[in-house]
Structures are given as C-alpha cells and as structure tokens.
Design a protein around this ligand. Structure first.
Ligand code: C2E
Ligand code: MG
Ligand code: MG
Ligand code: MG
Length: 281
C-alpha cells in the first residue's frame, strides 16, 4: 500500500517534470521565433535628475508582446535567452536599436542599455558597441551601459579588461541593482564606475523600514565620496523623492514619473518633464 502510494507520487512528479520541460521547450521555440520575426520592442523609461527636475536620459527596457500570452517580462525570458545562446544576438539588436532611437533625441539626453554578463563571454562585445555607435552616429558620451555585479563573478580579469575598453570608447558604465547580489565594495575599487543604481528593493521601504533608509543613505554617501553619481530605482512616491533629495541622491527613476513607454512617446515625456522636445533648437 505504502509502496504503491510512493509510486503514485513518483509518477505525479514525473508528469509535472514532463510538463515543465515541455513548457520550457515551447518558450525556447517561441523566443527564437519572436526574435527572428523582430517581435521584440524597446520601451524607454525616464531617468530624472533631482537637482533640475528634468529628464537626463532614458533606460531602454526590452519588451516581448507575445501574440497569445500578452506582454512577457524580461525577468522571465532573459534568463532563458542567456541559457540558449540567444542573448548575444538579442543584446546586439538592443544596442543598435537603442542607439538608432537615441540619436533622434535632444543631444543632452542619454540612453542607458542593460548588458547581460553572458554578453561579456562572447568576446566581441566591444566591437558590437563600436559598430552600434558608428552606424547610428550617436556620440559615445550619450550611451550608458548598465551591468550588474554578476559580471565580476567569473572571468573577472577578462571582463574588467572589456569594461576598460568600453569606457575608453567614451561610453559610461553604471552598476545596476546595487545592494543586491554579492555587493562587495571591492567592485567599486576595481573599476571607476560612472553611476551606481540603488536597487528598487531598498527604495521601496525607505520610509517604512529604517534599515532600508540607512542603506540608501550609506550608498548615496559612498557615491558622493567616490565621486560616482547615484540613481534610485523604483521611485513611486513624492515622499521617497523628497527623502532621496534630502540625502543627496542625484537621479531617480520610477513610476512616480513614468514607467517604460514605447519609443514614439519619448517626445511627449520630454515635453512633460521639462527638456526640449525636439532635436532642433
Ligand atoms: P533593471 O535594469 O533593474 O530595470 C529596472 C526595472 O524596474 C524594469 O523592469 C522597470 O520596468 C522596473 N521599474 C522601474 N520603475 C519602477 C517602479 O517605480 N516600480 C516598480 N515596481 N518597478 C519599476 P523590467 O522592464 O521588467 O526589466 C526587468 C529586468 O530585465 C531589468 O532590470 C534588466 O535586468 C532586465 N532587462 C530589461 N531589458 C533588458 C535588455 O535589453 N537586456 C538585458 N540584458 N536585460 C534587460
Ligand atoms: Mg537596468
Ligand atoms: Mg536596475
Ligand atoms: Mg533592479
């Protein structure tokens, strides 16, 4: 009896596993098909400088409008794209598309592009960035590349060399999601980052949990001492904004201003948040 139950449970798990494997395989096929059919889109979320209260740039965020499943989050499909070797081509497309778009914006407005640690393995990342800049005509100083600490987990020396080459092109390098992951301060010593992006998880509970406030305050202070600009992610309330301003954080990003919007709406966002809306003038 007990034996039979055990076998039943076993079969149940096998079926569950089969289903998961199947769902996963479907997702992989879908992903490849979507990429080959150019179904991905980049949406843009404003980065707002606290001092001037104006947009200083936009972060390009990948969107996958799935014909049957609706909008699929990059948090869901990027890990799969990384595993199946599709992040290289996708990442290259993201860079090219973001640069082509940004070159239409006023010249003081920057564009931030996320890089996957897997893109560092391909060894042609620098060439891809050079070519995206050259083909679009975007000035390198208008491109910000966002990386996470995971870039330092393996191949540290090789990846540092790539980061230095990128920076020599004149692009800037931001450390994204700071405070999550391993958060070793030695990363800040080993590379001259231009910007630290304070993870949303700390910003969220700024007022409610004193630890979060203390951590955000410490990171802003660290940025100031090291001459690295700080951006708070996930700012949703004026209360958070006031707090961040008082603590000397430089830039904010979040739903308080706007979520990521399609490229066609960038002009409107620029009008709404003070910057010049057209390239001319
Ligand atoms: P991230 O780079 O940290 O991007 C910020 C995420 O926070 C975005 O999620 C954005 O929509 C979300 N966000 C911004 N403001 C708020 C807010 O006020 N409240 C809340 N709740 N969320 C906010 P998204 O677009 O879902 O992207 C998730 C992650 O996927 C990104 O995190 C990034 O790591 C990755 N990702 C997105 N696009 C790309 C890409 O082109 N390439 C690579 N390699 N990764 C990407
Ligand atoms: Mg980012
Ligand atoms: Mg981030
Ligand atoms: Mg984040």
């Amino acid at each position: 009896r007990a034996k039979e139950d055990g076998r039943g449970t076993h079969r149940f798990f096998e079926r569950e596993m089969d289903l998961q494997v199947q769902r996963r395989r479907e997702m992989e096929l879908d992903l490849r098909r979507a990429f080959s059919r150019s179904e991905f889109e980049l949406h843009y979320q404003p980065l707002v400088e606290i001092a001037s209260d104006k947009i200083s740039g936009f972060e390009a965020l990948l969107r996958w409008p799935h014909p049957a499943k609706g909008m699929i989050s990059p948090a869901e499909f990027i890990p799969i794209a990384e595993e199946i070797g599709l992040i290289g081509p996708i990442g290259e497309w993201v860079l090219r598309d973001a640069c082509n778009e940004a070159v239409k914006w006023p010249s003081e407005i920057k564009v931030a592009v996320n890089l996957s640690p897997v893109q560092f393995r391909s060894r042609n990342l620098v060439q891809v960035v050079i070519s995206a800049l050259a083909n679009s005509g975007l000035a390198p100083k208008r491109l910000e590349l966002e990386i996470t600490e995971s870039v330092f987990l393996a191949e540290t020396e090789a990846n540092l060399a790539i980061l230095h080459q990128l920076r020599e092109l004149g692009v800037s390098i931001s450390l994204d999601d700071f405070g999550t992951g391993y958060s070793s301060l030695s990363y800040l010593r080993s590379f001259p980052f231009d910007k630290i992006k304070i993870d949303r998880s700390f910003v969220k509970d700024l007022a409610k949990r004193s630890e979060c406030g203390a951590i955000v305050r410490a990171i802003s202070g660290l940025g100031r001492s090291l001459n690295i600009s700080t951006t708070a992610e996930g700012v949703e309330t004026t209360e958070q904004l006031d707090w961040l301003r008082a603590e000397g954080c430089n830039e904010v990003q979040g739903f308080l201003f706007s979520g990521a919007r399609p490229a066609a709406e960038v002009g409107q966002l620029l009008v709404r948040f003070g910057a010049r809306a057209s390239k001319a003038a």
